[in-house]
Design a protein around this ligand. Structure first.
Ligand SMILES: [Zn+2]
Length: 718
């Protein structure tokens, strides 16, 4: 079954993985939140009714452990971080319609209600299990209170997750050689009665659900493997004071546990943090409805009747969102997610950010350096596919800002509006040309296709490509030469450029809301560009406006040097720390995509692109038709600096390919060279020349791939 394309008549809810109320936000954390915000704004631009919600994750042992250390109550500790996040997100224009937290009344009540519904449907049972216990302190040691050895991979594991080894979720009692992470005392295992959610019963449902699920492919593929290896039921209670109490009136299906005969441990138990955390998505939507009224947005529609639920998360919490959560929703009679977008991590010099070791670029630090939030939003949203890891460096940041934002988009808009304001006091008297109207329609289609493909990168590129077209258009038509000879033609060209600028404001708003708001004012348009939909991109500009200011400022090379120096010192200090001491417990952030990719990389690897975590199936690989070919002829493509046109013999036929190797190889030397080509890549046209396939080459220098024995021309690579 496939879903209807966006926009649909049903309301959408876009959610972001809850930040764990446990420490400062860094640029790496922001990727998911920027991604969610861009996606939610883009859905609205498409005309989809959308609520964008999240909240702070207050519960669980990392909060309790750290509050302990600081000598404050977990509630006080978590609320302080919650307030910080609530202030930080708007500074990056991450505009949640509601931002709650998991400890508030709405979430407490909603969680208990859902647990009661699951129990009433017979999905919860009791079981006696062994849990870790510190006999000296007389303290139970749930999750992060205990450390030991992972039974699956033998790495040191903490609490409920093998975050330095195999990344598995660990059930209570699974860790071997347990010690208390608070006191270091060796732990014992004690028998306790706990509640279990029978995830294993949902195997068939989940298998079908994953076939329907949209979003990034990692959110479907990984869970399929987990299902194949057998689903375990899930212990949903903990021996802990901090959390939401297991509802005593939940009716389990244990026939021996008659009401009134309370001989079990249920009254001391709180729910595992991963039960109430995703329920905050529902609770936060409820609070939004409470605030704006059910006429404006009715939470029950998306969650109970049928809506478009899109979860934006870090890839470290796929299991919770693609297995446990849909099983809970299904078991309690709620609507399942339509899509899960699971982002890769952000690395620094190829290594993970580390909160506790200060190996990070902090969110407030970025703003203190005086950079506009839209620059980082653009960088995080478009620098690589959403599920790929993105390496942050100030050089790359500067490069993207200066080339694309300043050089392409900013430059086009500024020169167009300046010319229009000086010569005509705004948009000249004309109507849009067919060429420009068609090109804008194409950009709108690209934008819509990108959002339906869950690619915020492509959505951002739709605008940048349109701006590149604008630059080419104004350059080609040279309106500055026409004002005297052909004033009508000059008016036409400039009108077209104003129209393009208007379309850019609409289409780029999800990525750069504040900048596009300024552009909207510069264009003399009324209202808020964030309230417009794609149709407005082709509506006539309003007319009068003054000379514009530039939208973006260039980042100077010296600035990057300065920032790099700061960062390098910090990374060095962090690396020294790392050598000295083992990891400490405050480095744990369950719900955010953080530094779980802290694995050591050697120094050499720092310049390499991070490896893609996502595996493809053998079938996917087989879809690629790779062939041995021989270059017959090579010549440069006219007017293109980098492109060469190649004739390649691939056995069955001769193919024409365009490749970006003009300056990197001596074209006269190429005929006779054995190469590898992708034969079944869709055809493309570059500078008016058709390219029918792709030449494979490595790195910036385009080192050509070849064969080393005598495989005949046309041989398939397998
Ligand atoms: Zn492990």
């Amino acid at each position: 079954m496939s879903h209807e394309e966006f926009p649909t008549d049903r309301p959408a809810v876009v959610t972001c993985g809850l930040p764990y109320a446990n420490g400062d936000l860094h640029v790496g954390h922001l990727r998911t939140y920027v991604g969610g915000d861009v996606y939610a704004r883009a859905l609205e631009t498409l005309g989809q009714e959308t609520a964008f919600v999240s909240g702070s994750d207050m519960h669980g042992t990392p909060v309790a452990v750290n509050a302990d250390k600081e000598g404050v109550s977990p509630e006080e500790f978590a609320l302080e971080w919650h307030e910080t996040y609530k202030e930080t997100f708007p500074q990056f224009d991450i505009a949640f319609d509601n931002y709650g937290h998991t400890h508030d009344e709405t979430n407490t009540e909603t969680t208990k209600e859902i647990v009661r519904e699951l129990a009433a449907a017979g999905h919860i049972y009791e079981k006696e299990i062994m849990v870790a216990y510190d006999p000296i302190e007389d303290q139970h040691l749930p999750d992060r209170y205990v450390e030991g050895t992972c039974p699956y991979c033998g790495e040191t594991a903490r609490g409920d997750e093998c975050d330095e080894g195999c990344q598995r979720h660990l059930e209570p009692g699974e860790i071997e050689d347990p010690v208390s992470s608070i006191t270091g005392n060796p732990a014992e295992y004690h028998e306790r009665t706990h509640k279990f959610f029978e995830v294993s019963e949902f195997e068939e449902y989940l298998t079908e659900f994953l076939d329907r699920l949209e979003g990034t492919s990692n959110a479907q593929n990984q869970p399929r493997e987990w299902i194949e290896s057998g689903l375990q039921d899930w212990c949903i209670t903990r021996d802990l004071d901090w959390g939401i109490d297991y509802p005593e009136d939940a009716d389990g299906d244990d026939p021996n546990d008659a009401d009134g005969d309370e001989d079990d441990d249920a009254d001391d138990l709180v729910l595992y943090v991963w039960v109430d955390a995703p329920i905050e998505y529902i609770s936060s939507t409820k609070q939004y409805t409470e605030r704006v009224g059910s006429d404006a947005f009715d939470w029950e529609q998306p969650w109970k009747e049928g809506g478009e639920i899109v979860h934006v998360i870090g890839r470290d919490i796929i299991q919770h969102h693609a297995i446990f959560w849909p099983a809970m929703l299904n078991g309690a009679g709620y609507v399942e997610p339509r899509a899960i977008m699971a982002s890769g991590f952000v690395t620094l010099g190829g290594k993970g950010f580390s909160t506790s070791r200060n190996r990070a670029v902090w969110a407030d630090e970025y703003l203190d350096e005086g950079f506009h939030p839209d620059l980082l939003r653009y960088y995080l949203a478009t620098n690589g596919g959403f599920q790929q890891d993105v390496d942050f460096s100030w050089e790359k940041f500067r490069d993207r800002v200066n080339t694309e934002l300043v050089g392409t988009l900013g430059n086009f808009v500024y020169r167009s509006l300046l010319f229009a304001a000086r010569n005509y006091g705004g948009a000249p008297d004309a109507t849009v040309s067919d060429e420009v109207d068609d090109r804008i329609a194409e950009a709108v289609d690209d934008f819509a296709a990108a959002i339906n493909d869950y690619s915020i990168r492509k959505a951002g590129n739709a605008a940048i490509d349109l701006a590149a077209f604008g630059n080419e258009y104004i350059q080609r038509n040279e309106p500055w030469k026409l004002t005297d000879d052909d004033p009508e033609r000059a008016e036409q060209v400039i009108y077209d450029c104003v129209q393009l600028s208007k379309a850019l404001a609409v289409l780029f708003q999800p990525v750069a809301p504040d900048t596009c708001d300024r552009l909207w004012s510069q264009l003399g348009e009324a209202g808020d560009v964030a309230d417009t939909t794609v149709a407005v991109a082709r509506e006539a500009p309003q007319g009068a406006f003054d000379e514009p200011d530039e939208l973006f400022e260039k980042i100077e090379a010296e600035r990057v040097e300065e920032l790099n120096e700061k960062l390098e010192q910090r990374v060095e200090a962090a690396t020294d720390d790392e050598a000295d001491e083992d990891d400490d417990a405050d480095d744990t952030e369950d719900t955010m995509s953080d530094d779980t990719t802290d694995a050591d990389t050697d120094a050499q690897a720092a310049d390499l692109e991070p490896l893609t975590d996502e595996r493809i199936s053998f079938e996917d690989f087989q879809d690629l038709d790779l062939r041995v070919g021989e270059i017959i002829d090579a010549e440069g493509v006219e007017d293109a600096d980098k492109l060469a046109k190649l004739q390649v013999d691939i056995g069955h036929e001769q193919r024409q390919l365009v490749a970006g190797i003009k300056q990197l190889h001596d074209l006269n030397e190429l005929p006779g060279t054995r190469v590898i080509i992708v034969a079944n890549l869709e055809k493309a046209e570059l500078f008016g020349v058709e390219s029918n396939g792709m030449l494979l080459a490595a790195g910036e220098e385009a080192d050509l791939l070849t064969t080393h024995a005598d495989a005949p021309i046309g041989t398939r690579i397998q």
